[in-house]
Every structure is written in C-alpha cells, then in structure tokens.
Design a protein around this ligand. Sequence first.
Ligand SMILES: Nc1ncnc2c1ncn2[C@@H]1O[C@H](COP(=O)(O)OP(=O)(O)OP(=O)(O)O)[C@@H](O)[C@H]1O
Ligand SMILES: [Mg+2]
Length: 320
Amino acid sequence: MGEFVIETKGLTKKYESQTVVDRLDMAVREGEIFGFLGPNGAGKTTTMKMLLGLVHPTGGTGTVAGHDIVREVLEVRRNCGVLPDPAGFYDNLTARQNLRFYGKLYGLRGKDLDGRIEATLDLVGLKDAKDKKIGKYSKGMKQRFGVAQAVVHDPPLLMFDEPTAGIDPQGAEDFRTLMRQMRAQGKTIFLTSHIMPEVEAICDRIGIIVGGRMDICGDVDQLVDHYARRQGYRLKLRIKNIDEATLIGSLKTIDEINVITRSNGAYVIDASADVSERVSLAVSRASGVVVGLESYRPSLNEIFLEVTRPAAVIADKAGR
Ligand SMILES: Nc1ncnc2c1ncn2[C@@H]1O[C@H](COP(=O)(O)OP(=O)(O)OP(=O)(O)O)[C@@H](O)[C@H]1O
Ligand SMILES: [Mg+2]
C-alpha cells in the first residue's frame, strides 16, 4: 500500500460550469488522523464521495489503500469504514442483530463474525446495550453504533464527515477518545469537522481546502509557521531594569522589527522574522533583564479564519 493510504493527483469535480473540487493534490499517511477542513461549500464532502466511488471525478486520479477510486471501487469500499446515516439502521433489531446484518454484507461468517461483533461493540462502549433495539437508542448511542458499523469489517481507513456535529460535549469527547483508540490500533482516520479545537486536539495533520483548492496542508506547527510568514511574527516581551527609551534604542538595530506597542505592562513586537533571540540579546546588552519573552501562537481557529477569509486580505496587501 505504501506510505499513503489516500493519494490524489489533480483530482477534479465539475458540475456544469462550477468547479467544485479543483486539481486537488493530497496525501494521507498511514496511521494518522487527517483533518480535512474548509468553509461550507469548499468541496470536502464531494472529495470524500469521490474517494469512496460515490461521485465520479471529472479529472485527475486517486487511490485509497492502493486501489484506484474509479476502477477498483469494490476494493476501495472494503478498505474503508464510513459513518452511515442513522436513519438507515433497522430500528426493530438490536445492535448485535444490526451488526450481524452488516457484517454478513462484508462476507463475515461464523466465529469470525461473532468475534468481530463483540469486539466492535466493546470498542464503541455499547457492550451493555447490545441487546437493546436501535430504535430505543439516543442520538449519541446511535452515533457510537454508526462507528461500530463502520469498523465491523476491520477496515484500515475510516472516513468521517463531520462525525461530532450535533453530538453533546461528552459524546463528542467520547468520540474523540474512540478515534484516538482506533489510531492506536493502526487505523488511518480522514475526517472533516468545523470544530477547530477538536481538530487541533486530535489531528496529526490538517489540510484546508478553499474553493476546491488545497490552500495549506501540514501539522499544526507547520500551519502556525505558514501563518506567521503571512501575518508576521509577534512577540510579547516583559523587562525590568531598563526604561522604555533605552529599550527602544537597543531594538532599533533589528531591521525586521516593524512595530512595537505597549500592552498591559508588556511590549508587543511585530516583526517579519522570528527575532526573539536578538531581542533577548539586545535587552541584556542594554543591561536590562528579560522577565518574559514569548512568541504569540495563533490558534487553529485564527489560522483557519485567515486562510479562508475572502478577498479583503488581498485588497489590503495590494493597497499598501
Ligand atoms: N450533486 C451536485 N450537483 C451540483 N452541485 C453540487 C452537487 N453536490 C455538491 N455541489 C456543490 O459543490 C460545492 C461543494 O459542496 P460540498 O458538499 O462538497 O461542500 P463541503 O465542503 O462538504 O461543505 P459543508 O462544510 O457545508 O459540508 C457546493 O457549492 C455545492 O453546492
Ligand atoms: Mg460537507
């Protein structure tokens, strides 16, 4: 299968004149949780559907678990687990009976099937409710059952489209724990979510798609770096033993510093590069003491807003 469980090259989907997914290059590594982000209508679900062989691409190529997403759809499906629509469960059957049905669809039989059913219900925390009818499950329980159904055939890759939308905070946290457990078992998880703290907490890498194009992709540190390069670096400095005029004088030698402002007894330094070491040195040369020096780290939410903000930013830069 190689290093990448999902790989696309130039993947494109057009609906009449609208290009919904635009020459998408993406590589999801084995064993990682990959967060596929983007504003509403960016093309996330369409991409996922193409990966699952549910929507036919208009251009480009893609493989899932080494299988072509157009020519080997059955193989692709066998290697994937997806969260089904809860409306499709058999309400009059128990969780165990429902899983038996789905397991058989994947060709599981006899002891293998029994084993998988028990292991799966155990994994999703439905052991005590396995003989209860699905119709009597709460929404959160149905969500867990959905995961059970997604993994009953033990696929290496899970694709979850907004799995925690509409789930209460505890349910969402349980779901994240479950995803971590599955990662620990070696599964790869590809998910979309609009909940930034969630993505920041569980994803190993993140790709942000805007207007069908992959805008940035990497781990959170890489995204922060990228943001800093676009926005500039920001430092927060606290000092003692020197006055402001001396400080300003000593920092003048650092060309990359654009602006220094005061904020709650600290100095905020905006620069075009990471100047923290030089700032620290300049302060001590002026016989001052650095009490605190921290770089400002944007949240994923801020990065997302910056990346997906419409044309205003470009106008701003152009107008400068
Ligand atoms: N079957 C279709 N026919 C025509 N246009 C479609 C079709 N399916 C999706 N689109 C359009 O493609 C674009 C991307 O839709 P998609 O559902 O992939 O977005 P998304 O990133 O999943 O958004 P959301 O965050 O809202 O779920 C939208 O403009 C949508 O209207
Ligand atoms: Mg969607």
